[in-house]
Design a binder for this molecule. Structure first.
Ligand code: AMP
Ligand code: ZN
Length: 433
């Protein structure tokens, strides 16, 4: 039942002692990076000044902007030749957030994620089809190595190509899948088109779903459609990717592995800690990463600690499913998109006006992103060709940047109502399913 019983059921006192020891090591290492050396000097602190876990509050938060501004190597705490792997967060082209790993980091990540999938019930007898993008994103290679560690037969299917996914599942008797929840719903439609029934016509028994927010209802729907158990998997590239927290068979919150990650939940406005049970922003510190330690990272994800002990016997605390974000990041088909990316691209295209709005909708099981954008008067000549060309260009340029094909509607100036104060850039009409 346990991948590592000693760690998973560790007495909380011992766990805290282990955390403190690892935190001290992490801070000492971090201090050798360009970024933290600068921060520690600025606030007049030395790694050795941290004597208790709560002392971490003396160190400022780290944000996505800090990572971006010190791109690419400002957070490195080892010489570059110690690194063996790079990953990047989903969604952005150009200056994506990059994270670097040493051999020990890759090993530790695979180990903690193996712990997750083993906890949910995957074994060496399983056939595991990994339907996440391989490459820079963390969901592909991350799960790949973890599943191999458990000894399952891994099918590195990658994302997309629905018919082929179904064929692989049927040809090789796949029992476990890793899939984005919205794609799982979409794929069930493809089963239908092929006159197949995922319950009757596959051997699926378990799914790991993550990378985007989803409701309990959506989980239940996936479980029903496929006749399996679906486990919530949470992670973010800055903290390696998947493996930060994961559901156990109790499906009542996700255990967050406190020997690898130091967790704080803070009030999103005051940034002061909130008591267990109360909702706030998740802040995480790496405790075992050597290549690129990150301290007090503001995930911008809203959640809470599930109070009380879990029936499975594991002592690591649980976080609730992610309730939303404290920034305007949208997650569409598992890809992170900020409205500012769309704005920047639009403003570079001649003929595009000053105002735009992003509308998110759900059609069937698919998320649709529509950009309604004002174009300059000159484009409206009565000839439709320049308009159509502009529309195509907007689609192509946005797609190259956000990796999703948007729908684009061009409108005349004045057609997007101006709002008082901060412009409303996103209208989210997706309803919970
Ligand atoms: P990335 O760094 O590209 O892997 O994206 C990480 C972000 O995806 C997180 O900060 C969350 O906002 C979101 N995310 C990942 N897993 C989940 C999950 N299980 N539930 C809700 N949101 C998730
Ligand atoms: Zn549990």
């Amino acid at each position: 039942m346990y991948w590592d019983r000693d760690i998973e059921t560790m007495d909380r006192g011992k766990l805290a002692a282990m955390q403190l020891e690892r935190l001290k090591k992490t801070l000492t290492k971090a201090q050798t990076s360009v970024y933290y050396d600068k921060v520690f000097r600025r606030i007049g602190i030395d790694a050795r000044d941290v004597k208790s876990l709560s002392d971490i509050r003396r160190i400022p938060f780290t944000t996505k902007d800090d990572l971006r501004e010190h791109w690419p190597y400002g957070f490195l705490a080892v010489p570059k030749d110690e690194l063996i792997r790079m990953h990047a967060s989903s969604g952005t082209t150009g200056r994506a957030i990059v994270v670097f790993h040493t051999a020990a980091d890759v090993e530790a990540w695979a180990d903690v994620l193996a712990r997750c999938v083993y906890m949910a019930g995957m074994r060496k007898t399983d056939v595991f089809q990994n339907m996440m993008t391989y490459g820079l994103f963390t969901g592909g290679l991350g799960f790949h190595y973890a599943a191999e560690k458990v000894g399952a037969l891994v099918i590195p299917a990658g994302a997309g190509n629905s018919k082929r996914q179904i064929q692989l599942m049927r040809d090789f008797d796949t029992t476990v899948i890793h899939i984005i929840p919205s794609y799982a719903l979409h794929l069930s439609k493809v089963f239908e088109e092929l006159k197949l029934d995922p319950v009757r016509d596959t051997k699926l028994r378990m799914a790991f779903i993550g990378a985007e927010p989803h409701s309990e209802m959506m989980r239940k729907k996936i479980e029903e459609l496929y006749g399996l158990k679906a486990y919530n998997s949470y992670g973010l590239s800055e903290m390696n990717g998947p493996g930060v927290s994961f559901e156990c068979p109790c499906q009542d919150g996700m255990h967050i592995w406190e020997d690898h990650y130091l967790v704080e939940i803070v009030d999103a406005k005051t940034l002061e800690p909130v008591p267990d049970g109360e909702e706030g922003e998740l802040v995480v510190t790496t405790l075992v990463r050597e290549g690129m330690p990150v301290i007090r990272y503001r995930t911008k994800d809203l959640t809470r600690i599930v109070p009380g002990k879990c029936e499975c016997g594991r002592t690591h605390r649980r976080i609730d499913r992610i309730k939303g974000r404290t920034d305007d990041m949208m997650i569409i088909k598992g890809v992170n998109i900020f409205p500012i990316q769309i704005e920047k691209k639009l403003m570079e295209i001649p003929g595009v006006g000053n105002n735009f709005v992003i509308i998110l909708e759900r059609e069937g099981y698919d998320d649709i992103l529509t950009v309604k954008v004002e174009v300059q008067n000159e484009v409206f000549t009565g000839d439709l060709r320049p308009l159509e060309n502009l529309r195509k260009r907007v689609i192509d340029e946005l797609k190259a940047d956000i990796l999703i094909t948007p729908r684009v509607k061009l409108v005349e100036p004045g057609n997007i109502p101006a709002t008082e104060g901060k412009a409303i850039r996103v209208i989210d009409n997706r309803r919970e399913q």
